[in-house]
Structures are given as structure tokens and as C-alpha cells.
Design a protein around this ligand. Structure first.
Ligand code: 13P
Ligand code: SF4
Length: 304
């Protein structure tokens, strides 16, 4: 889209949002022009929690399906729209309620911690949820010597470094982070000596070993505020470079690898948002039988 067209589409979105008394949320990985049109940007949980507190009756979620579900879990009285139904999450697809129930049978009495990047049906069979920002606190707050952490094996291995508890691992992963190799990390560090290497906990252990800081997307966005470093290598989805460069124009940010692009996060276009708002299409609603137990797991996390 040319610059002029982008600006016109963004203006149309703002006008539609006002007319419909709706709010547009965008995850930190969304295309820059979508983030620029949004009321709020951030990580998935942050966005859903903020949305639950607004008066807006309609939430348009520029993110992926599990994020729209989480918004619906927290705001059952609001209408949640996902502007492109194809925007799923490959990691969330690696766990189902049926699979989780089978694994629970193999681990009787072992509590289940589920990453928010999972379907609502899996959250419904979970003791407590976690995010990349709070996984260590959640694991350590549990009154149990062992637990199952699903679906991200890398997040589970990262948590295992910060707890004495035994963590049972689910064999899921985010393909975008999993693809970043130790060799990619080494090459990025060699190309930018002196830069701070920031990694997301969805990265492989051998990448985490090479990182100076390990943080969620919101943690990475906040980090330069208190860091003396001028340059940063960013080991997560490259969409985050847009808000980073806007927020810290005097710093330099490099992607750890150009291939760190989530196709699903890039599916939502300005045109999709306009269509969704005009037609009120793409509603995501979690059925009450799933919502109630899923909400209990999310609320337990929020209390921790
Ligand atoms: P956070 O924004 O919670 O760090 O999540 C990363 C992610 O992979 C979202 O899809
Ligand atoms: Fe899912 Fe990974 Fe894409 Fe996030 S970046 S939506 S975890 S596939």
C-alpha cells in the first residue's frame, strides 16, 4: 500500500471505530501500519486486560485467534472481532483438549500450567495459565514439587532454569523462534559486537545461552529505557522492531535473523480491519462451558 493509501485506510478505521464505539488492539508483532492505527499495542494478555476495562462494547483484535479468545474469556459481554479468520497460531495448534486430557492421565495429580498461546479448550483443562513475562513466578508460586508446562517446550526449559521444581515438557514450539539457531545468534553477535542481545523465552536453549537478557515482548520494549546500551539485537518476531524504533529513535535495533517473521501475525491488513468493522464480521466467542474454567485458570495467573 502506498503511503497516501495507508493514511486514508488508517483514517477510515479511526472513523469507523468512533462510529461503532469500538476499540482496536494490536499485538507488538502486527504490521507497523496496523499498530499505528490501534488504540492500544502490547502483548496479548496486557491487551486483553486493558480491553476488559474499557467501556467499548466492540473489541477488534489485530493479533491471532488465541488472543481474540482470551479477550472473549475476559470480556464475555463484549463482541470480539478477529479481522482475518485465517490468523491462527502454529504453537497453539500443537495442543488440543483431548491430547491434554490424555497427558494428564499419565501424570495423575500433577498440576498443569498452560501458556496463554493455546486454545481456550486447553486452558479449560488447566490449573493456571502463564505468559512469557510471568512463567517463572507462576511456576514457583505453585504449591507442588512438579508440574506440566504446555505447549511450549522452550518456555518450559527456560522456566526449568529458574526453579527447583521438576517440569514435564509438552513437545510444542513456536516455529518462528524455534528456527533461530545458535549459528544465527553467533553471526548476529559477530556482525554487531557490543550490541545487547535480547531473546524471547520461546527461543531454543542454545540461543538463550547466548542472550544478555531474556524477556517477553513487553519486557524487551521496556528494556532500553534502563539500559546504557546503544545497540540491540532482537531475537523475536521482527514486527516488534517497529514500536522499538519509534520509541527509541536514538538507539539502533537489529533483527537476530530476517527470517523471524510470523505469517499469521502478518495476515491482518488495514483492509481486513475496515471490512470487519463495516460488516461486523469475524466474531470470536468462547462458549460458556469452556469460558468459565478457562477464566478460572487465567484469573489464578492474574492473582499470582
Ligand atoms: P508475548 O507478547 O506475550 O511475549 O508473546 C509472544 C508471542 O509469541 C505471541 O504470539
Ligand atoms: Fe504463534 Fe509463534 Fe506466531 Fe506467536 S509468533 S503467533 S507463538 S506462531
Amino acid at each position: 500500500m502506498r503511503e497516501q493509501e495507508t493514511r486514508e485506510a488508517q483514517a477510515e478505521i479511526r472513523a469507523l471505530l468512533k462510529e461503532k464505539k469500538a476499540i482496536l488492539l494490536a499485538h507488538n508483532y502486527q504490521p507497523g501500519e496496523v499498530q499505528d492505527a490501534a488504540d492500544l499495542c502490547g502483548d496479548s494478555l496486557e491487551l486483553s486486560r486493558k480491553a476488559a476495562k474499557t467501556d467499548a462494547q466492540i473489541i477488534v483484535f489485530a493479533g491471532v485467534h488465541f488472543m481474540a479468545e482470551t479477550a472473549s474469556i475476559l470480556s464475555p459481554d463484549k463482541t470480539v472481532l478477529l479481522p482475518n479468520k485465517e490468523a491462527g497460531c502454529l504453537m497453539a495448534d500443537m495442543i488440543t483438549a483431548e491430547g491434554l486430557l490424555l497427558r494428564k492421565q499419565e501424570l495423575p495429580g500433577v498440576p498443569v500450567v498452560t501458556y496463554v498461546n493455546s486454545p481456550a479448550e486447553a486452558k479449560a483443562h488447566t490449573d493456571v495459565c502463564c505468559t512469557s513475562a510471568n512463567v517463572v513466578s507462576v511456576v514457583n508460586a505453585l504449591d507442588a514439587p512438579e508440574l506440566l508446562l504446555a505447549p511450549d517446550k522452550n518456555l518450559a526449559m527456560y522456566a526449568a532454569r529458574h526453579t527447583k521444581k521438576k517440569i514435564h515438557i509438552w513437545d510444542g514450539f513456536c516455529p518462528v523462534h524455534e528456527r533461530l539457531s545458535a549459528e544465527d545468534a553467533r553471526a548476529a553477535k559477530e556482525a554487531h559486537p557490543g550490541a545487547t542481545f535480547m531473546a524471547h523465552p520461546e527461543c531454543r536453549p542454545e540461543v538463550i545461552d547466548r542472550a544478555d537478557v531474556v524477556k517477553s515482548t513487553s519486557g524487551m520494549l521496556a528494556h532500553p529505557e534502563t539500559s546504557p546500551a546503544r545497540e540491540f539485537i532482537v531475537a523475536t518476531e521482527t514486527g516488534i522492531l517497529h514500536p522499538m524504533r519509534k520509541r527509541y529513535p536514538d538507539r539502533v535495533f537489529y533483527p537476530a535473523a530476517k527470517h523471524m517473521v510470523c505469517k499469521n501475525m502478518k495476515r491482518i491488513s488495514l483492509g481486513d480491519i475496515i471490512r470487519s468493522l463495516r460488516e461486523m464480521s469475524g466474531e470470536v466467542r468462547v462458549p460458556e462451558a469452556v469460558r468459565a474454567p478457562a477464566l478460572a485458570a487465567v484469573e489464578r495467573m492474574i492473582r499470582i
